[in-house]
Design a protein around this ligand. Structure first.
Ligand code: SF4
Length: 710
């Protein structure tokens, strides 16, 4: 093919970052095989097996596109970059530095995420940067910071789960979203908290585990009720609480009103089941067995997501799990570089190394690495949805640069977001394939993807991995780092301040992270290439890294974890049901697709598995409005409506419908979702909104992306 040897790398999709080997050849330039790696142990899901198809997508972007008289036309790179730079200067001259905004992605490599944050703060001088990880991990990150003083999704290697006796999966459908992870849970009894009988919940029940199915929006009541039972039944690990935590007394009082029968009334989870689940956890820990509490987007993507995660962390702390060998609390990161992406500065309030942008010492350190004065660095900017909501408004940005994100499909309240994107003077999108967002862009920049580039990623365990190049990029395609270099130089930056070589960027990232919470200083390129398993923090090249955090002390100054007070009278979604919108709509992922579907809908095998949006609903709920299995339906919320095929499932709650969010056009579940924000994390409430279901004549499935590849 191109003379390259097989290379060890990782799947481009989720945060499990399954180990793969790519061999040159085949219709897509490389073939993929799984390899032995601790997270996947020789397995892959169907997305990993089929990932090379996106490399040769028939409509792959291979030339810059520039909009003229309303139509995107091919352009030379110099021409496209000149137009972007001139547009940036024009917008900033009229509206100031913050008139240009940047939106990144949790799939970008560490180097791209780092360089994007630096580009925004130094080359653009704007505070207005955030990324789609805000929609993914922010509630768990905020809760972990509050409780432990440090956010690393899993503070232990995934392989620790293999010895667990009981594992709580709260809002995580891992059997569909990361199937190889289920192999680590084979020996455990699972307690799955999920409004629907997901594949994971069904597997738990089949193996003698439990499924607690709260009404969408009431997970917090379940979490408080579990701690109530742990307290009243005497399952609290008092020695651990006394030695390693603070604040328990207040939380003990706060859960007193959440007795199981009250939780049942609020959430629909039976009091007996709640007691049984708490006893399962408490008894297992009491006899020294491994117990883990893991959270996912199901409990996190709420206007009360941070409180819910803190309530579940409080449960884990009361049981004495975090930092105890063989037990723990963890959050299951979703996007491929969701962990690294939130450590290196593309988040509105952060600088590299998981530093706060409002910390004078952090600003001074990073400014020194970047060769600028600390006063030149802007302060914190708007969070992702607030940024999108402000686009084109009188006091908001008038230009937006998007890297690795398909906002038109993945942002909440998507119809409104489209109207804000359309109000911009300049929209620039760098991506590998056309997307619903590139369709709106003024300039589209074609960039490289996983198998065509070198770099590093950080998986859900906080382990840093090497991504390796296995084939040449198509002619006309440049890396995101090249794009940022080209733009920075055009904006007057010294050429060597924005290197385009991944290794050079990574070495600078290590220096910028040194001394920060996420310290990569000792994780050298050479050590990664030698196959060392290196988890941050790793402050120097002689340090072994930190696979397990919190074994001796937590990251707060006194070394103790915090019971963060979660004291509420009322639990429920931000938007309540009524006569017009009587059902609770919830959203999630399916096995065949990933995020906005821009990649997986271009993979024929994956598209065939789930070609159109569906709405999963109990047959009684469907029949009540004249619908049946296989019929086209419209799901209507206050913000928009979605076309979907009815999929009846009598394990569904009769008050709930489920839609996957991977589909475009009229099938976008995010046309429905409520942008009500969590007050701490600024996470929108993706997981519940009030909807109604109605019959419709139109047949879903006629969208451009599927037609392009079918
Ligand atoms: Fe592994 Fe996730 Fe890729 Fe599937 S999508 S092969 S679970 S990394």
């Amino acid at each position: 093919m191109n003379g390259m040897a097989p290379v060890d790398t990782h799947c481009p999709y989720c945060a499990l970052q399954c180990g793969t080997v790519l061999t040159p050849g085949g219709p897509h330039g490389v073939t993929v095989q799984p390899r032995e790696f601790p997270t996947n142990r020789g397995g892959l899901c169907r997305k990993g097996w089929t990932a090379p198809a996106v490399l040769t997508a028939p409509d792959r972007l291979t030339t810059p596109l520039v909009r003229r008289e309303g139509v995107l036309h091919p352009a030379e790179w110099d021409e496209a970059l000149d137009i972007v730079a001139a547009g940036i200067r024009r917008v900033q001259r009229a509206g100031g530095r913050d008139a240009v905004a940047v939106f990144g992605g949790g799939g970008l490599s560490n180097e791209k995420a780092y360089q994007l944050g630096k580009f925004a703060r130094v080359a653009l001088g704007t505070a207005q940067i955030d990324y789609n990880g805000r929609f993914c991990m922010s509630s768990a990150a905020a809760a972990g910071l509050r409780a432990f003083g440090l956010d690393r999704g899993m503070p232990f290697p995934l392989t620790d789960l293999a010895a667990a006796e009981v594992v709580v999966l709260a809002g995580a459908n891992t059997a569909e979203t990361m199937p190889p992870m289920m192999g680590h849970l084979d020996a455990a009894q699972l307690v799955v908290i999920d409004p629907r009988r997901s594949v994971t919940a069904a597997r738990a029940l089949a193996r003698g585990g439990m499924h607690l199915a709260p009404r969408p929006g009431t997970d917090l009541a379940v979490a408080l009720g579990l701690l109530h039972v742990v307290v009243t039944e005497g399952w609290v690990d008092e020695d651990y609480v006394a030695a390693r935590t603070t604040g328990f007394d207040a939380q003990r009082r706060a859960v007193a009103p959440w007795w199981p029968e009250r939780v049942e009334r609020v959430s629909g989870v039976g009091a007996a089941a709640l007691r049984a689940a708490a006893a399962l956890l408490g008894a297992a820990h009491r006899r020294g067995a491994g117990v883990f509490v893991l959270t996912g987007r199901g409990v996190e993507q709420h206007a009360t997501g941070t409180a819910t995660v803190n309530a579940l962390i409080n449960l884990a702390l009361a049981l004495g799990l975090p930092g105890t060998p063989g037990s723990g609390y963890g959050c299951i990161t979703g996007q491929g570089n969701g962990q690294g992406g939130r450590e290196h500065g593309q988040k509105a309030d952060q600088l590299p190394g998981y530093r706060r942008i409002d910390d004078p010492a952090a600003r001074e350190h990073v400014a020194r690495v970047w060769g600028v004065h600390p006063d030149a660095l802007p302060g914190p900017g708007r969070s992702a949805y607030e940024l999108l909501d402000a686009l084109g408004e009188p006091d908001g940005p008038r230009a937006l640069l998007v890297f690795g994100s398909n906002l038109v499909v993945s942002a909440p309240n998507a119809g409104h977001v489209v109207s804000r994107l359309e109000a911009l003077d300049l929209l620039v999108v760098a991506d590998v394939v056309p997307s619903e967002t590139t369709e709106l862009a003024d300039v589209v920049l074609p960039v490289t993807q996983w198998a065509e580039e070198e770099g590093t990623m950080t998986n859900l365990e906080g382990r840093v991995l090497r991504r390796r190049r296995a084939l040449a990029a198509p002619p006309g395609v440049r890396s995101d780092l090249d794009v940022l270099h080209g733009l920075a130089v055009r904006l007057g930056q010294p050429a060597d301040r924005f290197p385009a070589a991944p290794r050079a960027v990574y070495d600078e990232l290590r220096a910028a992270s040194a001394g920060g919470a996420a310290d990569y200083a000792g994780i050298t390129w050479e050590r990664l290439d030698a196959g060392e398993a290196l988890y941050w923090p790793c402050p120097d090249p002689g340090h072994p890294g930190t696979p397990r955090l919190f074994t001796e002390r937590f990251a707060h100054p006194d070394g103790r974890a915090r019971f963060v007070p979660v004291d509420v009278d009322d639990v429920g979604p931000a938007e309540r049901v009524d006569a017009e919108y009587p059902l609770r709509g919830t959203t999630g992922r399916v096995l065949a697709h990933y995020q906005s579907g821009a990649q997986t809908r271009r993979t024929p095998e994956l598209l065939a598995a789930d070609p159109v949006c569906f709405v999963e609903v109990h047959s009684d709920t469907a029949a009540a409005v004249g619908l049946d299995d296989g019929k086209p339906a419209r799901v209507v919320a206050r913000r928009g409506a979605v076309l979907a095929v009815v999929r009846t499932d009598d394990t569904m709650r009769t008050d709930t419908v489920f839609l996957p969010f991977h589909f475009p056009g009229d099938e976008r579940a995010n046309l429905l979702t409520n942008p009500a924000l969590d007050p701490v994390s600024r996470m929108p409430e993706f997981k519940v909104c009030a909807v109604r279901l109605e019959p419709v004549d139109a047949v879903p499935g006629h969208f451009p992306a599927s037609e392009a590849v079918s």
